[in-house]
Write a protein that binds this ligand. Structure first.
Ligand SMILES: [Zn+2]
Length: 233
């Protein structure tokens, strides 16, 4: 990954702490595509696989899912391509701490349908990707309008149940609808542990979170129903 310019010296995880999860997914064309790939921390590869298997079963569509290497680590290019992605060694947008993507513990889905929105001092919104402004209105039950598949609101609970408890759509500024992550203190602990110990810790925390029912209030957002792509194969 170093060769592709994706991982740098001083990154919070080593290459050997990462794994590629390959999966098939339903595209916006309604067809099943077999070329899904996402790079995540190896310790969470199994729950991540379960997330994407569930998305396929629910026919929640993804535009594409290629590793960030395909874009030479260029997040803007990946977003512009509406690419679903995981690991990327980069600082938080706006600088400072490493992004949870640099741990392989954050996943961005369908950036077009789920844009990143930053605000300037005058409150003007900047959408990334810019075409994502079409999805500024997050409601899907708008009278007389078709529902729009692929929006993150449909899968907030699914991600939380698999340990990705933080959703950027809950933030105020910026708002990051495409972004799901593990909470940062847990990520920092996972990065320090050998893979099997990290896997056990993640599973314990995941079960504890589910037992606490921290996402019950999401049931209205995500009742397991999903807006379908218009065409099916
Ligand atoms: Zn993200």
């Amino acid at each position: 990954m170093k060769a592709a310019g994706v991982i740098r010296a001083g990154a919070p995880v080593r290459c050997d702490q990462l794994a590629a999860v390959r999966f098939s997914y339903v595209g916006f064309d309604g067809a099943v595509h077999d070329d899904g790939e996402i790079i995540v921390m190896a310790a969470v590869a199994q729950p991540v696989r379960e997330i994407f298997d569930t998305l396929r079963r629910r026919r929640f569509p993804l535009a594409r899912a290629r590793s960030i290497e395909h874009y030479r680590g260029d997040d803007a290019a990946s977003m512009a391509d509406n690419n679903t992605s995981g690991f990327n060694d980069r600082p938080l947008t706006g600088g400072g701490l490493p992004s949870l993507h640099a741990y392989g513990l954050a996943i961005d889905i369908n950036p077009l349908q789920n844009p990143y929105i930053a605000f300037d001092r005058d409150g003007l919104a900047r959408y990334s990707p810019p075409q994502g402004a079409r999805f500024a209105n997050r409601r899907n039950d708008r009278p007389g309008k078709p529902c729009r598949p692929g929006m993150a609101e449909d899968v907030v609970t699914l991600f939380a149940q698999h340990g990705f408890t933080v959703w950027g759509g809950d933030w105020d500024a910026p708002i990051d609808y495409q972004h799901f992550q593990v909470d940062r203190p847990l990520a920092q602990r996972l990065a320090q542990l050998p893979e099997s110990a990290a896997r056990d810790l993640f599973e314990r925390e995941r079960l504890r979170g589910n037992a606490n029912g921290r996402d019950k209030d999401r049931s209205k957002l995500d009742a397991g129903k999903t807006c379908m792509p218009a065409k099916t194969q």
